[in-house]
Design a binder for this molecule. Structure first.
Ligand SMILES: [Zn+2]
Length: 385
């Protein structure tokens, strides 16, 4: 960590590198990074996946942003090998990285950090139900299946050796790491940097620490940079190299220093959320993450644990008014005349349509949701015919 602080002192001299594109293309890409190593670069900064082909089966690292992406990843794999997918490795337990798992496993084994495995073992019934239904073509295969059934977990490091290929799983411990890991291929110099690796996209760091903390990200980056990877697959964004991990360190140090400076001036959290900027990284994607990140850093610097909000479950029926990001975000009007923002995640149990991309303005629905400060989390939604 010492080196990180030394760097923080010379931030005044830091200038953002010139870049051309701030987002990945409108279509996903499947690219060879090294012999038997392929990356699936998500469209428009969707989650990425990494694929390692061995004579003992294929290993898939993260599973695609949405159902069509997972099917697409498998199609690309089948075009380069006749080997079956034998292992799925999850770098972070969020829907856009995990959601494709039910298409591949079983029979593939899923490798998780033990903190994630614990969560899977305790998965709520409505989530298990949504898991089994996520891919209509898999409903029969997953009839009595529980997501934890095919999972194996590790605590610190794990090395997977398959057909002469070495795959190292790296966990960097800190109190609030939710179980995020990196995956290192020492023979080809390819790294999947997991949650700590972003390129040209503001990280999604939240006050509930569900994505860890900026401190934890710095600790992970400090462990990954000395590996000197030739190629770095980011959790989101274009493929990068070692220097992009260093850019992320600089980014996080600037962000932390900025919030600290505002706190020293006596600004309130509301003021900090409003004034906080990352103008050194102006053309990065997802500016909406910035106030939420500022609020997270504020908690971290005050030495506070994760924000805990009491979960209140509510029912609603009404009509869809607005849809954003392929069904991920809805604005709805309830029959009682209330307007509400709702998030449809990969874990939402959806009835009446195949998946969230089929949602349309004007559809009538009933739903069960968790009331949240930022956006209500939909547990179940039933679209009326
Ligand atoms: Zn993600």
């Amino acid at each position: 960590m010492k080196r990180l602080f030394a760097l923080a002192l010379c931030l005044a001299a830091w200038t953002a590198p010139q870049r051309v594109a701030a987002i990945t293309g409108d279509k996903p890409e499947f690219k060879k990074l090294a012999d038997d190593v392929y990356v699936y670069v998500g469209k428009r900064n969707d989650a990425n996946a990494l694929v390692v082909v061995t004579s003992q089966g294929v290993v898939v690292i993260d599973t695609g942003n949405n159902q069509p992406e997972t099917r697409n990843i498998l199609k690309h794999i089948q075009a380069v090998t006749s080997q079956p997918v034998r292992h799925v490795i999850i770098t972070q337990d969020h829907g856009d990285h995990v959601g494709g798992t039910p298409l591949i496993s079983p029979p593939a084994t899923v490798i998780l950090h033990q903190r994630v495995a614990k969560g899977w073992a305790e998965m709520k019934p409505h989530l298990v139900k949504a898991w089994r239904k996520r891919f209509p073509e898999r409903v029969q295969a997953l009839k009595d299946f529980h997501p934890a059934d095919a999972a194996v977990s590790f605590s610190d490091r794990m090395t997977l050796r398959l057909g002469g290929k070495v795959i190292e799983l790296i966990y960097v411990d800190d109190t609030y790491n939710p179980g995020d890991i990196a995956v290192w291929l020492p023979q080809s110099g390819v790294l999947h940097g997991g949650f700590a690796a972003y390129k040209e996209r503001h990280p999604d760091i939240r006050p509930d620490y569900s994505h860890g903390t900026t401190w934890g990200m710095l600790k992970q980056l400090e462990a990954l940079i000395p590996l000197k990877p030739k190629s770095v697959v980011m959790s989101h964004g274009p493929v990068g190299e070692t220097r992009d991990l260093q850019v992320m360190v600089d980014y996080l140090l600037i962000a932390r220093q900025r919030v600290r400076g505002m706190m020293e001036k006596g600004m309130t959290l509301a003021q900090i959320r409003k004034e906080f900027h990352m103008n050194e990284f102006k053309d990065w994607d997802r500016e909406a993450h910035l106030p939420v990140m500022a609020a997270t850093i504020y908690r971290e610097l005050r030495g506070e644990g994760p924000e805990v909000t009491a979960v209140v479950e509510k029912k609603i029926s009404g009509k869809i008014l607005k849809i954003a990001e392929e069904g991920r975000y809805l604005t709805v009007a309830s029959d009682a005349g209330q307007q509400l923002n709702m998030r449809i995640s990969n874990a939402t149990d959806i009835e009446g349509i195949p998946d969230r991309s089929h949602l349309k303005v004007g559809m009538r629905f009933s739903a069960l949701y968790e009331e949240q400060k930022e956006r209500n989390e939909t547990l179940e939604i039933k679209i009326e015919p």
